[in-house]
Write a protein that binds this ligand. Structure first.
Ligand code: NOJ
Ligand code: NOJ
Length: 570
């Protein structure tokens, strides 16, 4: 009997899918139970944790992870809240209420990053009895408030739409607003990255901050709390502009951190893509959607960086899935693959498949060509409709590739289904913290994506990165200008100046400032780095322009990072 190649490949694919499906069938309930066991006070492994406190892991030695991290907790509860509001699990309501109450309590605890009003919201982790952790740590970590706001807004939107409006306005909005204002006020300050190591700006942090403010705008309008909205809009635009600067056009990947002295190839960027996935945004590359050409190019570069550094990846062909970790230079526990990182690759690709299916087409650009060439070396740039052979070839291959990452995880999951933080690069055995909550949550969200389930949009569709003057490749720095000015009702303050980013002295296109902190007006603008720039504030009332007197104001921007410029009107 002669079997065609397509038949054999189809059979191999079907077998692989069966093994992935059976792994998911077994692992799903284990992962769900693993998450719930790690939530106080009734979780079976979380004794000592207050209600709604998510422990990172029950491990108390090598490493001691019996703490609660805002990032891990918020990502975990986002997954649970999605299940709850989508009717997949209606038993979770009380636990979610516990979580929001716990986070409201933690927000108010004085800690080494500050008090609630002086930076304390950026504190990365707390003791599980809801007291401050006072040891040395990489702080602040400014992704936490954004992720927490996103999780709680998802729940609050559901409650609002079910008519529970006073609870939302009186109890949840104050918690959300604190986090969103923290993001709006501090996003351009340096931060430790999600791996708690590099103090600079970080793609994951910027991306989730941007998402949270966009959601905040929609949510605040929904519930009629609009006083912060114009500031959120200004800051979200500035964040989206800044987000573009992480793209490395020469090497076609997203550089994870502005500091740190590494290659910048990092699961940071893949996690950002899945945690800012908006199924309504198509393959938008301004927000680095999972199927955008930039995110696809990036995921290939990221994955390839692990092929030759882990023994367990030896012998795997160059276009097949491998074990992946945080970043290739990692030395924590000697640098190993992480379950949640490998699962994130699968999830990004499943998200991409969801969107291509909805769009009925797939686009190959010069930026994503290297990604797609892995699956068909003769593929050309262009748009392939879902009834074309090329579309079938590529999407089947992406599905198999994505499944391959789940198979890596399956292969190295111990028989009791526990997911630790890491698995050994030399033999795949579990390492570091056992039963890591975030590993289980990552399995749950990857499995949902494979099943084609998609959750709420956050407003990524149709956004433009309006940052004149910060074209790709050009170094920019985020400069915050503030000036005090008493206006009449209807009068606004603007800034205009000598560069594109300040509209070249135009009064008509001058940039409007925010009065969120009236009488202090402020705006953050991405300006060319290392440049001397002249500018003035102008007040406009009914079309009448009032200029500041001469001379012009002047600023010389730093080479990198950000700056603040506090002026007084003259
Ligand atoms: C503990 C942090 O949690 C981990 O991310 C980091 O790699 C190590 N400290 C080393 O800095
Ligand atoms: C170390 C990881 O690097 C960090 O991202 C995480 O928040 C903590 N462990 C707790 O899981």
């Amino acid at each position: 009997m002669r079997l065609s190649l397509t038949y054999i490949l189809g059979l191999a694919g079907a077998l692989a899918q069966t093994s992935v499906s059976s792994y998911i069938t077994t692992e799903s309930p284990i992962a769900k139970a693993g998450v719930l066991a790690n939530i106080g006070s009734s979780g079976s492994l979380s004794s000592g944790a207050k209600p709604g406190v998510v422990i990172a892991s029950p491990s108390t030695v090598n490493p001691d992870y019996l703490y609660t991290w805002t990032r891990d907790s918020s990502l975990t509860f986002k997954a649970l809240i999605d299940q709850y509001v989508n009717g997949q699990d209606d038993t979770l309501g009380t636990l979610i209420d516990d979580f929001t109450q716990t986070e409201a309590t933690l927000q108010q605890i004085d800690n080494p990053s500050g008090s609630v009003s002086t930076g304390g919201l950026g504190e990365p982790k707390f003791n599980i009895n809801e007291t401050a952790f006072t040891g040395d740590w990489g702080r602040p970590q400014r992704d936490g408030p954004a992720l927490r706001a996103t999780a709680i807004m998802t729940y609050a939107t559901y409650l609002w739409n079910s008519g529970n409006t006073s609870y939302v306005t009186e109890t949840l909005w104050p918690v959300i607003e604190l986090d969103l204002n923290y993001v709006a006020d501090n996003w351009n300050q340096s931060t430790f990255d999600l791996w708690e190591e590099v103090d600079s700006s970080s793609f994951f942090t910027t991306a989730v901050q941007h998402r949270s403010l966009r959601e905040g705008i929609t949510f605040a309008k929904l519930i009629g709390e609009t006083s912060d909205v114009s500031n959120y809009e200004t800051q979200a635009d500035a964040l989206l502009c800044f987000l573009q600067s992480y793209w490395n056009p020469a090497d076609t990947y997203i550089t994870a951190n502005t500091g740190g002295g590494r290659s910048g190839k990092d699961a940071n960027t893949v996690l950002a893509s899945i945690h800012t996935f908006d199924p309504a945004a198509g393959c938008d590359d301004t927000t680095f959607q999972p199927c955008s050409d930039k995110a696809l190019s990036n995921v290939k570069v990221y994955v390839d960086s692990f092929r030759s550094i882990y023994t367990i990846n030896n012998g795997i062909s160059a276009d097949a899935a491998v074990a992946t970790g945080r970043y290739p230079e990692d030395s924590y526990y000697d640098g190993n693959p992480w379950y949640l990182c490998t699962l994130a690759v699968a999830e990004q690709l499943y998200d991409a498949l969801i969107v291509w299916d909805a769009l009925g087409e797939l686009n190959v650009t010069s930026t994503s060509l290297a990604f797609f060439s892995q699956f068909d070396s003769s593929v050309a740039t262009g748009t392939y409709a879902s009834d074309s052979d090329e579309y079938s070839t590529l999407t089947s291959a992406v599905q198999a590739f994505a499944d391959g990452f789940v198979e890596q995880v399956a292969q190295y999951t111990p028989s009791n289904g526990s997911l630790s933080e890491q698995y050994s690069k030399s033999d795949g055995s579990p390492l570091s913290a056992y039963d890591l909550t975030w590993s289980f949550a990552a399995a749950l969200t990857a499995f949902e994506a494979r099943a084609g389930n998609k959750y709420g949009s956050w407003g990524a569709a149709g956004l433009n990165a309006t940052c004149s003057g910060s074209g790709s490749g050009e170094d920019t720095v985020a400069v915050t200008f503030t000036v005090d000015y008493d206006t009449e009702y209807g009068e606004n303050l603007y800034i205009t100046g000598s560069v594109d980013a300040l509209e070249n002295w135009s009064t008509r296109d001058a940039l409007i400032m925010s009065a969120a902190d009236y009488p202090t007006w402020s705006i953050t603008v991405n300006l060319p780095a290392n440049t001397t720039i002249q500018y003035k504030y102008i007040a406009i009332f009914n079309g009448d322009v009032t200029w500041e007197d001469d001379p012009n104001n002047e600023i010389t921007t730093p080479a990198s990072g950000s700056a603040t410029q506090a002026d007084s009107w003259h």
